[in-house]
Design a binder for this molecule. Structure first.
Ligand code: AHR
Length: 664
């Protein structure tokens, strides 16, 4: 008699053999696509944008202002401004002096600059910009400033853009005639493209003059909005076709202390009256200290709403829930004192949606947008955890739902992807009937590949999921060595097939963080990198774009041997139908190091079909897009014809392949 273990092994071998021949045959793998019964609706919000003011994404990034510390409100009021008296190399140290005057009574705009010019034309002030100013040959730049020419002895102020070698590349002369405060405007035209330009201000005459709010914007901004946002960056966002725009973060809303939390009411109205505040990312990480990181709020809630509208995305503002960042001070507002925080949320809904007769709707109208912004979602808190969060969320929920039952509240499950706190949050939020729970995961590459099944067993009756912040980390979370490698992007693509396969539960997803200045970042990896002139779409961006641009409207079943593809043999798959143009879209990830061929078996598809096959891959998993080689990881699109019984496609090693064809 054969020993029983041997019999068991033999039986297993035979079963394996049959299975391999059935679906994973040597020459191709058969995938069954079921077109007959859509499984779920794909939400229009499925793929969106998480914007956080981190890595100089707002001031110095998306917000196109070129002057840093334009109204002298940084904690060190002369930060960003150089003058001969403080420049050890200057030959003109005695030519004058500038220092700030403080009017503490004006809470939002305390400081102005007083300039004492001793020597005609010898004294100059220089603004260094955000690691320089990016200017483009032939483009116009809009200058504005306030001045009070106290003794009227300053005849002219010369504003010049100078390049890194101090050559003048644009110049304009303004006569500050008035003794009293007055706003002046002028225009400069750049004669040269320069990434590291600086704004030099020289005075004609000797006297005392006060200046404030010295501002310089490119004339060309996204959608031509005056003093608006940077075109190239906004275009990259637009090209994602995002379903939503979440703003302004992230931990930025929490603040390291409650006093430093993000308060939306400080970010609307007259830009000149918005108070400047230190960024919580300023000195957060000792490996990447950026002491000159402040928030002017020139890009504030009104502008975020407008951006969402221009992008065709649902706006998703996130508010502080009465808890400062629990990785920092963790300060708590006693529940008995939560009213102002809740009022902020109520007022925000009125600001976005209220009639122009309402208090906050009127403010929106006066800012130039009488039509409502059609707000549907609000996030309550970011990465809070523990009973303190649940206790506070419950109060927000009660009040907000009573007054605005249709506004969907997004609650958080904390910074952890699993574990005690995560489970606790889910349990409690479910009891509260939470509608959407935000989950965050900054994990290693393998985690993403293994977690393509993460949502397969989530409760279908429970809250919906917002995968609100995720990115594969090539080294470790917050490591400055993390790269935007093809390997990270491929792992995210594999994981995203799992998000999509679970579209009945997962209603929103967004990569994070969104963008970073190459010389002023705190966090890596990021979806988009930029310097003062250029922006760079990473491999991760390309993956996000391919998923978002192929989101479809209904989820279909795709399987091998009756099972979803969640990494067997390195393969992952999801499929959708797009009801708007009746196409079928199949997303396939081959994470194996060898090419694999699939045969698509779909009932009721046309006998002959022509498909678009988009392939995203790269020679090496370590490949990255760079400013010098921005298209290392870039999709290749080809048209292919198939007979329905010969629907064979080769998937290159380490590739994301998207097949799209008309279902007619
Ligand atoms: O995306 C960077 C930070 O990561 C976010 O601010 C925070 O929510 C998360 O911890």
């Amino acid at each position: 008699m054969m020993p029983s273990t041997l019999i068991r092994s033999l039986v297993l071998l035979i079963i394996n053999f049959i299975l391999m021949n059935f679906a994973f045959a040597k020459d191709h793998i058969v995938l069954d696509l079921d077109l007959s019964t859509p499984i779920a609706k794909i939400q229009p919000s499925m793929y969106g944008i998480f914007f956080e003011d981190i890595n100089f994404s707002a001031d110095g990034g998306l917000y196109a202002e070129l002057v840093k510390n334009r109204s002298f409100e940084f904690d060190k009021p002369m930060m960003g401004w150089l003058q001969p008296a403080t420049d050890p190399y200057s030959l003109n140290q005695n030519s004058g002096i500038a220092s700030t005057l403080n009017f503490a009574s004006n809470k939002s705009n305390k400081n102005v600059l007083r300039v004492n010019v001793h020597n005609d034309k010898n004294y100059s002030l220089v603004n260094e910009g955000f690691r320089g100013m990016g200017i483009t040959k032939g483009q116009d730049y809009l200058l504005s400033f306030y001045a009070a020419n106290n003794d009227q002895k300053i005849k002219n102020i010369i504003f010049q853009l100078v390049d890194a070698q101090e050559n003048v590349v644009a110049s304009v002369r303004v006569a500050p005639k008035d003794k009293e405060w007055r706003k002046y405007t002028a225009q400069l035209n750049a004669k040269k493209t320069e990434e590291k330009a600086r704004l030099k201000i020289t005075f004609e005459g000797a006297g005392v003059i006060d200046l404030d709010m010295i501002s310089l914007f490119p004339k060309e901004t996204w959608k031509g909005k005056a003093k608006g946002i940077r075109q190239d960056l906004a275009q990259l966002l637009f090209d994602l076709k995002p379903g939503f725009l979440r703003f302004p973060g992230g931990c930025i809303i929490e603040g390291r202390t409650l006093a430093q939390r993000y308060q939306w009411k400080n970010t609307i109205g007259d830009v000149e009256q918005r108070p400047t505040m230190i960024s919580r990312w300023n000195t957060e990480f000792s490996h990447k200290v950026t002491p000159d990181y402040f928030q002017t709020f020139g890009l504030g809630f009104y502008e975020y709403f407008q951006l969402a509208e221009d992008l065709g995305a649902e706006p998703i503002p996130v508010l502080n829930c009465g808890i400062a960042c629990q990785f920092n001070s963790g300060e708590l507002v006693p529940v008995s004192e939560l009213d102002p925080y809740i009022q902020d949320a109520l007022d925000l809904i009125e600001f976005a949606n209220g009639s122009v007769q309402s208090v906050w709707g009127k403010v929106r109208k006066e800012m130039g947008h009488p039509e409502p912004f059609n707000l549907k979602y609000i996030g309550i808190g970011n990465e809070q955890w523990g009973p303190q969060y649940i206790e506070r969320f419950k109060i927000f929920q009660k009040v907000l739902k009573e007054k605005y039952p249709d506004i969907v509240l997004i609650s958080g499950s904390g910074p952890f992807a699993d574990g005690e706190q995560f489970d606790y949050a889910h349990r409690e939020l479910k009891k509260l009937g939470a509608e959407i729970i935000d989950e965050h995961y900054y994990k290693d590459i393998d985690w993403f590949k293994k977690n393509a099944t993460r949502y397969d067993n989530y409760d279908r009756q429970g809250p919906k999921i917002f995968a609100g912040e995720y990115a594969a980390q090539s080294v470790a979370i917050v490591s400055p060595e993390n790269k935007n490698s093809w390997e990270t992007a491929l792992a995210e693509a594999a994981f995203m097939t799992g998000l999509e396969r679970n579209a009945d539960v997962v209603h929103m997803t967004s990569y994070a963080p969104l963008m970073a200045h190459t010389e002023a970042w705190q966090w890596s990896p990021n979806m988009i990198w930029f310097n003062n002139l250029q922006s760079l779409a990473t491999a991760n961006y390309e993956v996000q774009k391919l998923f978002a641009n192929n989101r479809g409207t209904e989820l279909l079943s795709i399987s091998a041997n009756g099972k979803a593809l969640t990494g067997q043999g390195g393969l992952y798959a999801s499929a959708v139908r797009d009801g708007t143009d009746n196409t079928v879209i199949i997303k396939l990830v081959n994470s194996a190091s060898a090419e694999q061929e699939i045969k698509l078996n779909a009932q009721s598809q046309p006998v002959k079909l022509s498909a678009t096959v988009t392939t995203l891959t790269s020679k090496l998993l370590s490949d990255e897009n760079t400013f010098s080689n921005p298209r290392t990881v870039h999709p290749v699109v080809e048209k292919r014809s198939f007979k329905s019984d010969q629907f064979l496609i080769k998937l290159p090693a380490n590739a994301l392949v998207i097949i799209k064809y008309s279902a007619n």
